[in-house]
Design a protein around this ligand. Structure first.
Ligand code: ZN
Length: 136
């Protein structure tokens, strides 16, 4: 696999609006996009930090993946996303190495990226997302 950089860090929050305030007023970052990803039952807010983004995630449904995460663990870092090229091949490659995949084939994530998640059981406890931006 050829990882070019950390694409983003996903952070689960209780309240998107309050959290944006923290990142803007205390950390001095600028939210450049708010997007709802219906399929994942989340509202997201993005910040750029160098070439890495922060993705804040607020659930729109208690039963959604972020809703369940918050209920179990509370707010905090949810996942780490690496930028790769040739996502389909990469998924095949890691599956062949015994890594458990959450997404067997790429799907559409926020910002029009192709994404797929690896199971934290196979990644030393870190929910790992691989993404490919085919628009660049
Ligand atoms: Zn993500």
């Amino acid at each position: 696999m050829n990882i070019s950089h950390i694409e983003h860090i996903g952070i689960a929050v209780n309240n998107l609006e309050e959290s944006i305030k923290y990142y803007e007023e205390i950390l001095g970052l600028k939210c450049y996009s708010i997007e709802e990803v219906k399929e994942q039952k989340v509202k997201t807010a993005f910040f750029m930090v160098g070439q890495t983004k922060l993705e804040l995630l607020e659930t729109t449904d208690k039963e959604g993946p972020i809703g369940k995460f918050i209920e179990k663990k509370g707010e905090g870092i949810h996942h780490l996303a690496f930028a790769v090229k040739g996502l389909e091949n990469v998924l095949q490659e890691v599956a062949n190495k015994g890594v458990q995949l959450i997404d067997k084939t790429p799907r559409k994530g926020a910002e029009g990226l192709d994404i797929a998640f690896l199971h934290p059981k196979s990644t030393k406890g870190v929910l790992t997302e691989l993404c490919e931006n085919k628009n660049i």
